[in-house]
Design a protein around this ligand. Sequence first.
Ligand code: DAK
Length: 261
Amino acid sequence: MPSKDIVLFRVKSRIAWITLNRPEALNALSKEVLQQLSSMLDKAKTDATVKAVIITGAGDKAFSAGADIKYLNQATPLEVRELAQLAVTVNNKIETLGKVVVAAINGYALGGGLEMAEACMLRVAVRHARLGHPEVRIGAFAGFGGTTRLPRLIGKGRAAEYLLTGNLMSAEEAQQMGLVNRVVAADKLHQEAEALVLEILAQAPVAVSMTWEAIHRGLNLTLEESALLGADYFGLVASTEDFRAGTKSFVEKTSQVFSGK
Ligand code: DAK
């Protein structure tokens, strides 16, 4: 397959769909996949017509089965480090894109694949999806951010169990733990992921982006600092036209379409 097809990018209804496209290898994350993904995230960030991103995998079997084990098996430690650094950079880009990013999990989300989904704002999964961090079973490590993000999403105790045993969870179990936001039928995945994104895009854009930033940055601060950051962002949001118009429409009992200003 030509390398240009390893990750697909298409924009529809203000949403950039990024599709990992190595279904024959369960969308495993090679250096090339991560490099292409990185430049597509840059494209999504700079394109003003793109308001949100949905990341998914080609086929119905896997979102991504993680780092490319065939590569890891023959790579030098420095090459493994380089791959991990690239993956960490990609995941940080996802988390700080400044736009809504949702993972549409269409099957296995394992190891580095789950780490990518964990970096997204929200996750929608098909009922047959299986999620987990089996890295320890092959002598590897959840070094693309999994030891950092999973405990923040589901708590230290539960995260430790999954990271230390390598056990997988079903989509329903992931939802019960708050790792997955919605579990849907396989043929409804794109529709449901898009509906969730559009629900968020209907809100005031600056308020949405500041809310995400306050959640993301706030989790790395003390409770008091985090609450004060929230207060600062509230003050900033109050400077927008949408805040004036939104609060006015509440008072006047009218409806409001936000301008993003
Ligand atoms: N990499 C490469 N190829 C993969 C793959 C992967 N992760 N997962 C599957 N494939 C390939 C298989 O080799 C097979 O290819 P062929 O043999 O046909 O050439 C094809 O995809 C179909 O897979 P299976 O035949 O295995 O399909 P099954 O339905 O039987 O099994 C499975 C599905 C998802 C249970 C199984 O494929 C599986 O267990 N896959 C591996 C899952 C896994 O262990 N993921 C974690 C990868 S490690 C770091 C260093 C390392 C890492 C991080 C940081 N630092 C230095 C900081 C590592 C992170 C990881 O993600």
